[in-house]
Design a binder for this molecule. Sequence first.
Ligand code: FES
Length: 106
Amino acid sequence: MGNLTVTMTDVNGVTRVIDNAEPGLSLMELAKANDVAGIMGDCGGGCACATCHVYVDAAWWDRVGAPDDIEASMLDMAENVQPRSRLGCQIKLSAELDGITVTVAP
Ligand code: FES
């Protein structure tokens, strides 16, 4: 168990604070481990399914940053894409992201 805190609002609008997140896990892996509704992670984190689509809170966007080209082309095929859309499997947790807040995309 790690010591990072992540706040996630699931697809039903329920917000949870997960305060034992381990560095190195992806947001998708963390969400799956904690049964966060709406995150499927069907491709296992291979950037090939977009079932881990999240919206990054505005306050965290600069630290998380924009998707790379491969992720961006996957997001092109996703639904409900917004300016701060990212794929959760492509965001690795680290001390720099301690406290990050995201919302699961519908
Ligand atoms: S788990 Fe498939 S794209 Fe993230």
